[in-house]
Design a protein around this ligand. Structure first.
Ligand SMILES: Nc1ncnc2c1ncn2[C@@H]1O[C@H](COP(=O)(O)OP(=O)(O)OP(=O)(O)O)[C@@H](O)[C@H]1O
Ligand SMILES: [Mg+2]
Length: 672
């Protein structure tokens, strides 16, 4: 993401000197590029289909509240122009705006070339793409902003957020606020300026963390905006996605598959990208919706004809037609029958004969984790066993670097269990964990249960046992119509009942640096002394913090979103192994006595970050099970990779539902 250029839809508004809109034109597809002119000043170039326009940037106002949805407005006051951007890949948009802001700050620091010097220079018009952001640029921009903030405090009173009057406040009350503000500043000038520098330091630290990671050996002076550096294999997947390939990437638990999906989602245009997962819990991890909800075919159990009819309803069909990139996480739980139906539905509704109606598939998951749910007596068919899979997936690749755990002994144990192996030393190590004392400072380990009923019973009975008064927190949903859909998608329910002493789990990353991450465990120790009385939680990572409501935004198609605001906590004495798929947990107690599914023990054990945070109860070698069909799939995948490393060309034939004898190398595909 070195060069800040942006492909998007644009609405250009021309304004009169009084700010009225004179003209508005929308272009569905343009490219914006940041560059420098012959005087090294900043320009935005817009490439329309048949022409381009350039605007010198000396002042800019950016509205970036909806960057996550791929939308922003850039206001250029000296040109009396508003550029309304939409359908931008969210991460690219954030990077573009950040570069624009920082480069402009640097330029302001240096000073602009006067009009007279420009006229006298006789230079030829130029436009060069802007250089990538450097650490020096960031420091200069920070320095400038800090100086501005200091200047403001010496000339105008500070506006501590708690003292700022809202526009609806009566005049008298605003007067009182201003009085208070003056009093605060005159009585505590040192405190006020230290508050500012603290805030500035925090901001600087946060932004530095976001920006200082150098990528793939790029020199430190040429840094790019990235939070966490992707591994080489993760970058390779991104490359393949960019090439438009339909891809399935797999890998054991904790190799960063879902993490990578989030990056991929951030790099694709939101109006044409649909992020889904086989379960609500998994969908939530990537900010998407369930595959069923996207597809609009009900449970998917109806006949193919019924599914096509359901998907042809106007709203659903519109979604299918808008979709160019379909993302599915936890694909292991999608069975062959559903996958085949979806493939046919896509071709029919989109009226396109190409596999999956020409949609680029980005599939990810681990078939050695939980399999599709089957009814008693039904034969299980994984989706990779379908002809539709063979026709639609161009490339299969594996992530091998485990990122969730860093203890090699534990990683080795998990790798064996994943393959259904449980030799004596593994049994002994796991049995020894039953004595682990992982409950710390009142925070008990989360119990992972095989059955949902056990989970509910444990959580309800434990909460009942607490004698203190209970408090109910009710969610605010964007639309009541979607409450039940939000309940299935969102990790937090519409109603959250808490008591002091309740064991809870954080369901959102609040502050990664301080350990307040999704899955972090804690105990409620009280409530804030304010109107809202938010719960105060003592977390295992050592932080004690009031937990305020958080927002979950789900894309339900065509750029539409549904939102829930709720305290990001759930009761965590127990959760089901099926719900835990995709999670990372601090301290876990696992009861494996009633394991009923292949991969179930592996999913449960691989949630822990290390052996020290794990306590396994009722463990027997027989809990560890892997499906032979899946093992065969993975050994063929490994064989394929070995063949490719040895220079034998890509051979998809070995992934056919009924593979021919190895060594047959032809594979024809309908081009996408
Ligand atoms: N390149 C990376 N650098 C550092 N940490 C990473 C990287 N990729 C992923 N992680 C971290 O590794 C952990 C596991 O990632 P993630 O949940 O995406 O794994 P997964 O493959 O989806 O696992 P599962 O199969 O259990 O769903 C997360 O905490 C994530 O932030
Ligand atoms: Mg995952």
């Amino acid at each position: 993401m070195d060069h800040p250029s942006l492909c998007c839809t644009i609405g250009v508004e021309e304004l009169s000197s009084t700010g009225n809109i004179l003209k508005k034109v929308t272009h569905p597809k343009v490219t914006l590029t940041l560059g420098r002119d012959e005087f090294k000043e900043l320009q935005i170039q817009i490439d329309f289909p048949k022409k381009h326009s350039r605007y010198l940037v000396k002042e800019v106002l950016i509205h970036k509240k909806f960057v996550k949805d791929g939308k922003a407005t850039i206001k250029l006051p000296e040109h009396k122009l508003h550029l309304m951007l939409s359908n931008c890949p969210p991460d690219r948009l954030a990077f573009f705006l950040k570069t624009l802001q920082v480069k402009l700050d640097c330029l302001k620091q240096k000073g602009f070339v006067s009009q007279r010097s420009k006229l006298l220079s006789g230079k030829v018009q130029e436009f060069d793409e802007i250089s990538p952001l450097t650490l020096k640029d960031l420091q200069t921009a920070h320095g400038r902003r800090e100086a501005q903030a200091k200047q403001k405090t010496s000339s105008t009173p500070l506006k501590p957020s708690s003292l700022v009057a809202s526009s609806s406040q009566p005049v008298a009350s605003i007067g009182r606020v201003q009085e208070n503000r003056k009093r605060l500043i005159s009585s505590q000038p040192d405190k006020v300026s230290s508050q500012i520098s603290e805030a500035a330091a925090k901001r600087q630290k946060r932004e530095a963390l976001m920006t200082m990671t150098s990528v793939n050996g790029v020199s430190p002076s040429r840094v790019v905006v990235k939070q966490i550096q992707l591994t080489a294999e993760q970058n390779r997947v991104i490359e393949m996605v960019k090439q438009g390939k339909s891809i399935f990437f797999t890998g054991s638990a904790g190799t960063g598959k879902s993490f990578l999906l989030k990056r991929i989602i951030g790099a694709l245009p939101p109006n044409h990208t649909f992020a889904t997962a086989s379960t609500g819990a998994a969908a939530c991890h990537i900010g998407g919706t369930t595959l069923h909800s996207f597809a609009g075919i009900g449970s998917g159990n109806g006949s193919l004809k019924q599914c096509i009819e359901l998907a042809s309803r106007a709203r659903v069909a519109q979604q299918w037609r808008a979709c160019r990139h379909l993302i599915i996480d936890e694909i292991s739980m999608v069975d062959a029958d559903l996958f085949e139906k979806l493939e046919t539905v896509a071709r029919m509704v989109r009226k396109c004969d190409k596999p999956f109606g020409g949609i680029q598939l980005i599939l990810c998951g681990d078939f050695l984790q939980l399999p599709p749910v089957t009814k008693p007596g039904e034969t299980r068919r994984f989706c990779f066993q379908s002809e539709a899979w063979h026709n639609s997936v161009d490339t299969t690749t594996q992530l091998t670097e485990v990122k969730r755990q860093n203890d090699q002994t534990f990683i080795d144990i998990l790798q064996k269990i994943r393959k259904g192996l449980c030799p004596e030393p593994v049994v002994n190590t796991l049995l020894a964990t039953s004595k682990h004392c992982i409950d710390k400072e009142g925070v008990l380990a989360t119990k992972l249960c095989t059955h949902k009923a056990d989970v509910e019973e444990i959580n309800i009975s434990k909460l009942k046992l607490i004698q203190s008064e209970s408090k109910l927190f009710t969610s605010v949903d964007s639309d009541q119509v979607y409450t039940s859909q939000l309940n299935s998608l969102c990790p937090v329910q519409a109603y959250l009942e808490l008591k002091v002493g309740a064991q809870v789990m954080l369901c959102k990353n609040l502050d990664v640096q301080r350990g307040l991450v999704n899955g972090a465990r804690g105990v409620v120790i009280g409530y804030e002394n304010s109107k809202n009385a938010y719960p105060i939680v003592k977390f295992l990572c050592g932080v004690t913090e009031p937990v305020k409501p958080a927002r979950w935004v789900f894309r339900v198609g065509g750029g539409n979103t549904i939102i829930r605001k709720q305290i990001p906590l759930k009761l965590a004495w127990a959760i089901s192994i099926h719900k835990s798929q995709g999670m990372t947990l601090d301290c876990v107690e696992i009861s494996l006595g009633k394991v009923f599914e292949v991969g179930q023990a592996y999913v449960a054990l691989s949630r822990a970050k290390n052996l020290a945070g794990l306590r396994v109860l009722d463990f027997e070698r027989s809990c560890v099970k892997a499906d032979p069909t899946v093992l065969n799939f993975y050994s063929r995948l490994e064989l394929k990779h070995r063949m490719m490393r040895n220079g034998v060309e890509d051979d998809n034939e070995i992934f056919r539902p009924n593979p021919p004898a190895l060594g047959v190398h032809s594979c024809s595909k309908t081009s996408r």
